[in-house]
Design a protein around this ligand. Structure first.
Ligand code: BES
Ligand code: ZN
Length: 456
């Protein structure tokens, strides 16, 4: 049997193993899940051993462990570094799930569970691909190294240091990550760009304590109003971000790239379904796909002030706060943008208020050379796995490690995503199409074969 035939013969076994993995609630941001994080890392290490890797380690970090494994069975051939993350987002709001987030449920060909797509299901496609080689009694045609981290969803605070410390062990020719989506069902894509991120928190304080709005209202400036003014002013009428210097390092799109992105069969119906009555919005002069992948953005992620519980309470709050994140594109630098944001917002402070701005985390944007031989190999593999040639596209999400792999290890990354735009990442009812899990596994097998054949 070929590895692909082997993978097809054991689809049910592979699905069962994924379900087992999804039952572990590895929520990285929640300290009460510390033991589950360890359990997920150990489970993955054991699974890699089962898939035929003999050198597997679970490395401690100041945060959650990194699972590291390698199988160097192809002397002289290329080496590929596979990255994935075994941590997941919190399942909240739990009430909106149709089945419990950590009890995987199969409905209409979709597997519903937190982490089904982001990223346990996609990561397991790589592990199952290796398992298929092993079960078929065939050594993988390239050398493989695996790095599975447990802190991606909290901004990978400890990964760069771990990569630097283990740089010599991690030598490779190319990295591959499956942690993104295809453009639409039936249309695979090769993502060559991701946005970066700068995540900020603003706190505006006024009076020393909350005040009765009858006794003080109209006579004391409200910090929530001050904050609302600051936030509302962060975009102009053209949808552009007003922070001075914000666009200085944005790499402009050239005509060739605009033409390339215009050819992506963007699923407007799915987009509109998700956007609902809010509809499309954004920076004037750019298409939706450009706004999403190739232009920076700024969003309020949360706001808090005064009374937000049920019913009414007459209060003039002492404080108001907001979480604001900015998605960045090359060559914007998260730290530089965080500094511009801080200076701008603090400068908008009114007399009598203190405005404090903190940076919570960030990640650098990434752009990969489309002509890379490994990219072409991935294109041929996707065509085998999904029956259609992929389109090149850029996506708006952030995977901080992509920039680190380039700067620390000198590795370009191929982004081989098997998710769909409506997989409900980070939201209730996250899902992964079972067919994509299996086809993804076959695509990974094909990718390793194509890499072995392609020039380096
Ligand atoms: N898998 C996503 C990133 C993603 C989603 C890339 C869709 C491309 C398309 C990843 O797990 C994620 O959620 N990343 C965070 C990063 C942050 C916490 C630093 C993000 O984008 O918000
Ligand atoms: Zn995520």
């Amino acid at each position: 049997m070929t590895p692909i035939e082997q993978a097809r013969a054991d689809r049910q076994g592979a699905l069962n193993r994924l379900v087992e993995f999804l039952r572990i609630p590895s929520v990285s941001t929640d300290p009460s899940h510390g033991a589950d994080m360890r359990r997920a890392a150990d489970w993955l290490a054991e699974r890699l051993r089962g898939a035929g890797v003999d050198r597997v380690r679970v490395d401690e970090t100041p945060g959650h462990p990194v699972v590291h494994a390698e199988l160097l069975a192809a002397p002289g051939a290329a080496t590929v570094l596979v990255y994935g993350h075994y941590d997941v987002q919190p399942p909240d709001p739990i009430a909106l799930w149709e089945s419990p987030p950590f009890e995987p449920s199969l409905r209409d060909g979709d597997l519903y569970a937190r982490g089904a797509c982001d990223d346990k299901g996609q990561l397991m496609a790589h592990v199952e691909a290796l398992a298929a080689y092993t079960a078929a009694g065939i050594a993988p045609p390239v050398n493989v190294k695996y790095v599975f981290e447990g802190e991606e969803e909290i901004g990978s605070p400890n990964l760069a240091a771990w990569l630097s410390a283990h740089a010599s062990e991690l030598e490779a020719d190319v990295a591959v990550i499956s942690d993104n989506a295809m453009v639409a069902p039936g249309q695979p894509s090769l993502v060559y760009g991701l946005r970066g991120l700068a995540y900020m928190e603003i706190e505006v304080s006024g009076a020393p304590g909350d005040l009765h709005s009858g006794l003080y209202g109209g006579a004391v400036r409200n910090p929530a109003s001050a904050l609302a003014g600051i936030l509302a002013g962060l975009h102009d009428a053209q949808g552009r971000i007003t922070i001075p210097g914000f666009y200085d390092r944005v790499r402009p799109l050239d005509d060739a790239e605009r033409a390339l992105l215009a050819r992506v069969p963007f699923d407007l119906t799915a987009f509109n379904r998700a956007a609902g009555r809010a509809g499309a919005w954004g920076e004037a002069g750019y298409s939706l796909i450009e706004r999403l992948g190739a232009r920076p953005s700024l969003d309020i992620n949360g706001m808090g002030s005064g009374w937000t519980g049920p019913g009414a309470k007459t209060v003039l709050p002492a404080k108001a706060s907001a979480k604001v994140s900015m998605r960045l594109v090359p060559d914007q630098d998260p730290e530089a943008i965080a500094a511009l944001f801080k200076a701008h917002v603090e400068g908008l402070s009114e007399p009598g208020f203190s405005v404090e701005v903190r940076s919570l985390h960030g990640g650098r944007p990434a752009l990969i050379d489309r002509d890379l031989p490994a990219m072409q190999a991935a294109g041929r593999a996707l065509e085998q796995g999904f029956g259609k040639a992929p389109v090149f596209t850029r996506e708006g999400g952030t995977i901080p490690v992509v920039a680190d792999l380039a700067s620390i290890l000198g590795l370009p990354t191929v982004m081989l995503g098997f998710g769909l735009p409506d997989d409900n990442l980070h939201a209730p009812n996250e899902k992964f199409r079972v067919e994509h899990f299996h086809r993804g596994t076959e695509t990974v097998i094909a990718f390793l074969d194509e890499l072995a054949k392609s020039a380096r």
